[in-house]
Ligand binder design. Structure first.
Ligand SMILES: NC(=O)C1=CN([C@@H]2O[C@H](COP(=O)(O)OP(=O)(O)OC[C@H]3O[C@@H](n4cnc5c(N)ncnc54)[C@H](OP(=O)(O)O)[C@@H]3O)[C@@H](O)[C@H]2O)C=CC1
Ligand SMILES: CC(C)CCC[C@@H](C)[C@H]1CC=C2C3=C(CC[C@@]21C)[C@@]1(C)CC[C@H](O)C(C)(C)[C@@H]1CC3
Length: 418
């Protein structure tokens, strides 16, 4: 890229040095967590009990399994959809079209896995394959991101993301150059964001539950709660699939290593950490505590769903009766900002609900180890950083109206605290 073509967008994630560190640290952290979960001490901090050799990580059979999985999800994505949604307007004034059939893909995957298990598919063997599976997925994400980078070299300037075109190869490879890379009507980013990793996560959880039942006669209450909570989260994401079209990932971020690795590897192998931990470190959980944890999950879900649905309904149709009575601030762009309802409580109520749910996912694992709380810690850091990125974008987009909103709603995520 010539310097003239390089975008002037401010560098994020600590620039080239920061993203180089993340390129190495993210996969290393994922393998550390996988090894720690199965080790006796299950330490989050400190060196792993041992370092696996290449023969433990590399398996052509597992790579083949991964490709079968990706192929299955592609086939389900290509099935006729109940609805085709339009994305937000792009720089060239066009709008992309997206199939809404993610929930259908989840149900069909469940049916196929159910049929497979009843025909003797050894799903309980999956936990023993997590290390080579994570290795194959990391390798695939890396090669996939290189291909995406190469594809973006031929993309028109109007198709590039605002952030991933600094002219620095490593930085752009990490953030992603092209906003919506597609092959025909197949959208790589949209597909990866919601299908193979997210559905893979609940399949891994289920395999861990089945393995626990095989080992101990029945699944524990803690394992059932973790499975149920995370299945609800994934089911919700696919049921409300259309709302992903207005997230920062789809409208702002390019598709590079960060999202490819995040979607395909990081989500299934680290978000299933609580279930992995429970398989190797069973935790007693009484009914009263289980009910309290369900209550916390319900509060988190109520806030998360309420806030996301309120904003999505408002963005789609501000005169919808459920949002028409809410107070708003007009902006120079013609759009309005909500200042009452969920979005008048804090500036990111959906993050608050998501964090409360994250706490409920960890609590069934007890308080003897820090490891199952990794997701809560990582997610807090991710959302605080994401919130700061979003605020900068909103300030650029809405200027004074955003400043007025910040004055009216001073707290970002947690009322009276942050
Ligand atoms: N589990 C996980 O790993 C992750 C989960 N998430 C979840 O994904 C969901 C989506 O998050 P994300 O994409 O970050 O951002 P949001 O859904 O919070 O969207 C932010 C956008 O909403 C609009 N907005 C902000 N304030 C207002 C307001 N007062 N009134 C109307 N519109 C407003 C602005 O866009 P505009 O005005 O242009 O519409 C802003 O850019 C969240 O629930 C989050 O918790 C996110 C990351 C990771
Ligand atoms: C590993 C890196 C530091 C960063 C990678 C981040 C990604 C793992 C996340 C970025 C935004 C995400 C979203 C979801 C999953 C995690 C990633 C991909 C999401 C699909 C989870 C389900 C939710 O209901 C959602 C709102 C649809 C989420 C959208 C953002």
């Amino acid at each position: 890229m010539t310097p003239r073509e390089a975008s002037q967008a401010p560098l994020e994630f600590g620039g080239p040095l920061g993203v180089t560190a993340m390129l190495l640290l993210l996969p290393a952290t994922m393998f550390h967590l996988l090894l720690a979960a199965r080790s006796g001490p299950a330490r989050l901090l400190g060196p792993p009990a041992y370092l696996p050799g290449l023969e433990e990580l590399w398996s052509p059979r597992v790579l083949l399994l991964l490709f079968i999985w990706l192929g299955l999800q592609v086939a389900l994505y290509l099935l006729p959809a109940r609805k085709v949604a339009e994305g937000l307007e792009l720089k060239d004034k066009s709008r992309l079209r997206y199939p809404i059939n993610g929930f259908q893909a989840l149900v069909l995957t469940a049916v196929l896995v159910g049929l497979g298990v009843s025909a003797g598919l050894p799903l309980g063997a999956l936990p023993g394959m997590l290390l080579p599976m994570a290795f194959a997925t990391t390798l695939t994400s890396f090669i996939f991101s290189l291909l995406l980078y190469a594809k973006a070299l031929a993309a028109p300037v109007s198709a590039l993301a605002p952030g991933g075109n600094s002219g620095n190869h490593i930085y752009d490879f990490f953030l992603g150059r092209e906003l919506n890379p597609r092959l025909g009507s197949f959208d790589f980013k949209y597909f990866c964001e919601l299908r193979p990793g997210l559905i893979g996560w609940v399949i891994i959880n289920l395999a861990l539950l089945m393995q626990e039942a095989e080992l101990r006669g029945s699944p524990s209450l803690a394992m059932c709660l973790v499975n149920g909570f995370q299945l609800l989260y994934v089911g919700d994401a696919l049921w409300y699939e259309e709302s992903v079209l207005t997230t920062m990932d789809i409208i702002h971020d390019g598709f590079g290593f960060m999202l490819a690795f995040g979607d395909l590897a990081w989500v299934p192998f680290t978000y299933s950490l609580q279930a992995q931990f429970l398989l190797y470190h069973p935790q007693p959980l009484g009914l009263p505590m289980a009910l309290l944890i369900c209550f916390i999950k319900a509060i988190g879900y109520y806030i998360f769903r309420g806030a996301n649905s309120q904003k999505n309904t408002f963005r789609k149709n501000p005169s919808d009766p459920s949002v028409a009575g809410l107070e708003t601030i007009p902006t120079a762009t013609g759009r309005q900002l909500l200042v009452s309802g969920w979005w008048g409580m804090v500036r990111h109520p959906n993050y608050l609900g998501d964090l409360i749910m994250a706490l409920a996912w960890s609590l069934p694992c007890g308080i003897s180890h820090l490891l199952p709380y990794f997701y809560l810690l990582y997610f807090t850091a991710l959302l605080v950083h994401r919130e700061a990125r979003d605020e900068q974008q909103c300030l650029r987009k809405y200027g004074r109206a955003w400043q007025e909103y910040c004055k009216r709603v001073p707290y970002r995520i947690l009322p009276y605290v942050y």
